[in-house]
Design a protein around this ligand. Structure first.
Ligand SMILES: NC(=O)c1ccc[n+]([C@@H]2O[C@H](COP(=O)([O-])OP(=O)(O)OC[C@H]3O[C@@H](n4cnc5c(N)ncnc54)[C@H](O)[C@@H]3O)[C@@H](O)[C@H]2O)c1
Length: 375
C-alpha cells in the first residue's frame, strides 16, 4: 500500500503529465485532418510549422522557392505519402501562386488554412538601396502575402473553421534605421491582415485571421539576407545570431499554432516581441529617438548591426556615448552630430526609460533563452 506522500507524488505526476499532454497536444490536435498550406516551409519557422502540423495529422501543401529544402521538410514531416504536397513556387509570382492554390484545391478537395510565412530580410539605408532591392523585398514579403491570401481565400471561406495566418514581424511594429524595405513590407502585412480580419467579421464569414509578430527566432534568415553596397552582410548575420535570435523555431511554431487555434488577432512570438509591443504603445513615436540614438552611439557611425538597432537590444542597458564622427561619415551619423543639446537631453531621458524596460526585459529574457542551433 502507498503511503500518503507517495500518493500525492503519484497524483501530481499524473496531473503534470496531463497538463503537458494538453499543452502540446491541444493546439496541434485542432488541425488533425485539416488541409493546411504553409509558404516558405523549406526552412526555419515554416519548416517547424509543417512538422508540427504533420504530427497533428494535417494534410499539407508546402510551396517554397527552394525545391530541395522543402523536400527535406517533407522527409522530416514523416507523413503518410499523399498527405504532403511540396512544390517549387515563388510567392512573388502571382500566376504561380494562383496556379498552386488551384492545384492544392483539386488535389485535396478543400483548404482549411493558409500560413503566408515565406519572407526575406534586407539591410541597407534608403540612400544606398537600389529600387530593385526594395521592390524585391516588397514583392516577396508583402505581395507574396497578398497573393497567398487572395489565392487561398475562396477555399478557406468554404471551410467550417477557416484560417488565414500572415507573418509580419516585431519590425512591423517598430522601424529601425537601415531596414526600411523590410519595415515597410512588415508594416504593410500587418495593416493588410488586420483589415482582412475585420472584413471577415463584418461579412459574417467563418474565417479567423491572425497576424504573427515574431521577435528574433533562431533561423537562417539573416544568413540569406540581401544587403546594400557597403553593408557588411556577415556582420548583419553574426549580430542577428549572437544578439537577436533568441527563440527556438520549434517553440515559435508551437506559440503560433496555439494562437491560431484560439483565433487570436495577433500572436507575439518571444519576449522581445512582447516588449516591443508594449514599448511602442507606451512611447508612441518617441521610440524612434531611442532607436536612433542607440544605433549611432554604439556603432561609431552606423554599421547596420541588427544587434544594436533591433527591437531586442534597443532597450539593453549601456550608457550611450557621443562618438566623434569620422570624416566623410554619411546619413545617420551626420544627423546625430547635428543633434543640439536640448534634444540630446530628451534622447537621454528616453534612453533612461529604456534602461528601466531593459531591466524587466532582460530578467524575463534570461529565463527564456534556449541553447539550440539554427535551422
Ligand atoms: N527569424 C526571425 O527572427 C524572424 C523575425 C520576425 C519575422 N520573421 C518572419 O518569419 C518568416 C519566416 O522567417 P524564417 O526566419 O523562418 O526565414 P528562413 O530564411 O529560415 O526561411 C524562409 C523560407 O522561405 C523561403 N522563401 C524565401 N523567398 C521565397 C519566395 N520568394 N517564394 C517562396 N519561398 C520563399 C525560403 O526558401 C525559406 O525556406 C518570414 O516572413 C520572416 O520575415 C522572422
Amino acid at each position: 500500500m502507498h503511503s500518503l506522500p507517495h500518493t500525492y507524488l503519484l497524483v501530481s505526476m499524473v496531473g503534470i503529465a496531463i497538463w503537458v499532454h494538453e499543452r502540446e497536444g491541444k493546439s496541434v490536435g485542432y488541425f488533425g485532418g485539416r488541409v493546411v498550406a504553409v509558404t516558405g516551409a523549406g526552412a526555419g519557422i515554416g519548416r517547424e510549422l509543417a512538422v508540427h502540423l504533420a504530427r497533428a495529422g494535417a494534410r499539407l501543401a508546402l510551396p517554397d522557392l527552394d525545391e530541395s529544402a522543402v523536400a527535406e521538410t517533407v522527409d522530416l514531416c514523416g507523413a503518410a505519402s499523399g498527405s504532403v504536397f511540396a512544390a517549387a513556387v515563388d510567392v512573388s509570382d502571382r500566376d504561380a501562386v494562383l496556379e498552386h492554390a488551384a492545384e492544392v484545391g483539386d488535389r485535396f478537395g478543400r483548404v482549411d488554412a493558409v500560413f503566408n510565412n515565406a519572407g526575406i530580410l534586407f539591410a541597407g539605408d534608403v540612400l544606398d538601396s537600389e529600387f530593385a532591392d526594395i521592390e524585391r523585398v516588397m514583392s516577396v514579403d508583402f505581395w507574396g502575402v497578398v497573393y497567398g491570401t487572395k489565392a487561398f481565400l475562396p477555399y478557406v471561406m468554404r471551410a467550417d473553421r477557416g484560417h488565414v495566418v500572415n507573418t509580419s514581424s516585431a519590425f512591423g511594429l517598430m522601424a529601425a534605421p537601415g531596414y526600411s524595405a523590410y519595415n515597410a513590407a512588415k508594416f504593410a502585412v500587418r495593416g493588410f491582415t488586420e483589415s482582412l480580419r475585420q472584413e471577415m467579421q463584418v461579412g459574417g464569414h467563418p474565417v479567423k485571421v491572425t497576424c504573427v509578430v515574431p521577435g528574433g527566432v533562431r533561423t537562417s534568415i539573416a544568413r540569406r539576407a540581401g544587403h546594400a553596397v557597403g553593408v557588411d552582410g556577415d556582420e548583419v548575420a553574426r549580430s542577428f545570431e549572437e544578439r537577436i535570435a533568441r527563440t527556438d523555431p520549434g517553440e515559435a511554431a508551437r506559440v503560433i499554432l496555439r494562437g491560431v487555434e484560439r483565433g487570436k488577432a495577433r500572436v507575439l512570438v518571444g519576449t522581445d516581441a512582447r516588449v516591443v509591443d508594449v514599448v511602442t504603445r507606451v512611447l508612441g513615436p518617441a521610440y524612434q529617438r531611442l532607436c536612433r540614438r542607440r544605433c549611432v552611439s554604439r556603432n561609431d557611425g552606423f554599421t547596420h548591426s541588427l544587434g544594436d538597432c533591433s527591437p531586442v537590444n534597443l532597450f539593453a542597458p549601456g550608457k550611450p556615448t557621443r562618438t566623434p564622427l569620422a570624416a566623410g561619415s554619411t546619413g545617420r551619423g551626420a544627423a546625430a552630430a547635428r543633434c543640439p543639446w536640448p534634444r540630446a537631453a530628451s534622447c537621454q531621458l528616453a534612453a533612461t526609460r529604456g534602461s528601466l524596460w531593459s531591466s524587466l526585459f532582460l530578467s524575463l529574457e534570461r529565463r527564456s533563452v534556449g541553447s539550440q542551433g539554427f535551422s
